[in-house]
Design a protein around this ligand. Sequence first.
Ligand SMILES: Cc1ncc(COP(=O)(O)O)c(C=O)c1O
Length: 370
Amino acid sequence: MNVPLLDLKTQYKTIKNKIKQAIDKVLEEQKFILGKHVTFLEEKIANYCNCNYAIGVSSCTDALLVSLMAIDIKPGDEIITTPYTFFATIGSIVRLGAKPVFVDIDPETYNLNPKEIEAKITSKTKAIIPVHLFGQCCEMDLIIDIAKRHNLRVIEDAAQALGAMYKDKKVGSIGDIGCFSFFPSKNLGGYGDGGMVVTNDEALYKKIKMLRVHGTEKKYYHKFVGGNFRLDELQAAILLAKFKYLDTWNKKRGECAKRYDQLFSQANLLDKVASPCVRQTNHVFHQYVVRVKERDELLKYLKTQGIGCAIYYPLPMHLQECFSYLNYKKGDFPNAEKAAKETLALPMYPELTLEQQEYVVEKIKEFYKK
Ligand SMILES: Cc1ncc(COP(=O)(O)O)c(C=O)c1O
């Protein structure tokens, strides 16, 4: 049997006609930049996240960059965040000349540990970027409380978590700004790059909208130095066609996660395979990540058995070559470093079948019997 890490082709077969119609509509209209599909998608996502405003952008990388630009991040400013994330979270900080200041993660959820934030705040700290990793929201009450007491902005990196909740709130709506990704593998994935910024702050909304088009409101009159951070119409039309399935797909991911948990338990593997720790009411399982001591050997074995798996992420950000000037060293964030050695993402997508999951668990059992 073949069980890929992600199977976009199977999903495409279920929505093919709708996607083709959506693309055709844009082609007939011949309006490719900031047309009505982008506006409709912004309205849908704002509404979905219970936010007043949404701005479609070119990627989540650019969503993070434009958000930091909007809150006036300057060289020398410090931003507190996690070392256990995708590069874009940190890259966007550094591109503005600001300094990422890391706190270690909670070893169970892999999200940044809010209890370590306060000790890292200095007079230069301007913002906190919590990353809702793998589809589960961070401990936002603690983060918001710290931010309020120290007058810091909060930008949620919700690239992996569209639809996830924290208590009764949707991710993205809890801090000052929320950033989402529509990279094809995401829970709501386009057929190319795309992203979205959400906020309840009117001033930030207006500024981000201008920054998206080189800092203009009126064409050729530039109030700020922005960039070309636009989401294009074709992607917006595709995303609109897919958006109506998001909650169903997220629900199916949750069901697949429960099934994995049960299968690991039935196979008596729980002492060897630590399944994800679910703390928040609505984890959207962008990834189903287990923790195993023999990670690299298991990964190799599963690949030989036709099972796709991946490591998110093999090297934490504080140990990346390009950030060596920050002078962090091995051992600074032991939980992140240990997670980077022990975590393994197993196949996860809404269309994953029970038979495929049984096969994955059977092969893991076989690995431990060897
Ligand atoms: C946590 C996180 N932040 C930011 C990004 C960047 O998103 P994009 O690929 O849309 O630029 C990603 C994408 O994988 C991500 O996982």
